[in-house]
Design a protein around this ligand. Structure first.
Ligand SMILES: C[S@@+](CC[C@H](N)C(=O)[O-])C[C@H]1O[C@@H](n2cnc3c(N)ncnc32)[C@H](O)[C@@H]1O
Length: 307
């Protein structure tokens, strides 16, 4: 069990871990800024807002933007015109700026800041968005108040990629199974084992990975948090079940092998299989099953128009 830590300590651990993780982040998580990445992020927006026209949001601010997976892809897809990217980690924001430059995306501004205290003016954005960030925030009440404050009346919040309580527990099964089966898998592929921490020098802050995730959510608790901050039209949906089991299982296997020893056909199979199962989840399971059992939760809400 983790020792109780203050909000400041949690933010500090997140900053240090994400600063050192930034350089290899896109490769580790298979982040794509091409058609696949665009299709994925637009798919998430559609699940929440339905079919959306191009350039619906003139100005948007992303919190915990990382290297830009969500916001830059949505900008490329034409949904966002001007993007302000905030993150607590300067390392992540440097990687994001490099991605934005490479993709020739403008205007993209970066601001190093915690989500709970945004140095941005009141009522200045049409959209506040984030992906895989809420579960790192020690003070969610303060964060949602900030999102409300910087949004224009009538503006929208959009969050995706947040772990659900049930989904997070269920994902332990494929993670454990992959650890148990990894030696057989490596034998079958002729892949050598990854160097362990004892033989591969690692920076101390890389080892903070197990300490940065501090929440998993039930759909009801997430909705209540948002309503308490003053938002209306709150919607919470679930996504990815089979795709996540498959993804965690393969990721667990791959983590035990020397990356250069994993054959390309396996990587293709793992990637295409994941995309195919996402389609199956989207069409077959997501419309029929309750959000709580999926691995990821998606959230949208609106700041009410003032009377
Ligand atoms: C799992 S990464 C997700 C990055 C990116 N949104 C993505 O989907 O690839 C979480 C991000 O949240 C940032 N973060 C963690 N705690 C934060 C806080 N209190 N305020 C702002 N950003 C934070 C981290 O630095 C990191 O970039």
């Amino acid at each position: 069990m983790q020792a109780l830590r203050s909000s400041e300590q949690i933010r500090n651990v997140n900053t240090r871990y994400h600063d050192v993780a930034a350089a290899g982040y896109d490769e580790k998580w298979g982040i794509d800024f091409g058609a696949t990445g665009r299709g994925q992020v637009l798919g998430k927006v559609r699940k929440l807002l339905g079919d959306v026209p191009g350039e619906q949001f003139q100005s948007a601010v992303e919190v915990g933007a990382g290297t830009g997976y969500f916001g830059l892809n949505l900008m490329r897809a034409g949904l966002i015109r001007e993007l302000t990217c905030t993150d607590i980690s300067s390392g992540m924001l440097s990687a994001l700026s490099a991605n934005a430059d490479r993709l020739e995306l403008t205007p993209v501004t970066t601001v190093q800041a915690a989500a709970e205290s945004l140095p941005l003016p009141d009522a200045s954005f049409d959209l506040v968005l984030g992906h895989a960030v809420l579960h790192h925030l020690p003070d969610l009440g303060a964060a949602f108040s900030e999102f409300f404050r910087v949004l224009r009346p009538g503006g929208t919040i959009l969050f995706a990629g947040e772990p659900s309580l049930v989904g997070d527990r269920v994902a332990r099964v494929p993670k454990r199974a992959s650890r148990a089966l990894a030696p057989l898998w490596r034998l079958g592929l002729g892949a050598t084992a990854a160097q362990t921490q004892h033989t591969r020098p690692r920076s101390g802050d890389h080892q903070l990975e197990g300490e940065v995730d501090i929440h998993a959510f039930s759909p009801g608790a997430l909705a209540r948090l948002v309503q308490r901050a003053g938002f209306t039209a709150v919607a919470v949906r679930g996504e990815e079940l089979l795709a996540n089991w498959f993804g965690w299982f393969n990721r667990g296997l791959e983590a035990t092998a020397d990356p250069d020893a994993i054959p390309m056909w396996w990587r293709q199979y793992a990637f295409r299989g994941y995309l195919w199962l996402q389609v199956l989840d989207r069409h077959l399971l997501e419309p029929r099953l309750p959000p709580a059992i999926f691995y990821n939760l998606l959230l949208s809400a609106r700041r009410p128009l003032e009377a």
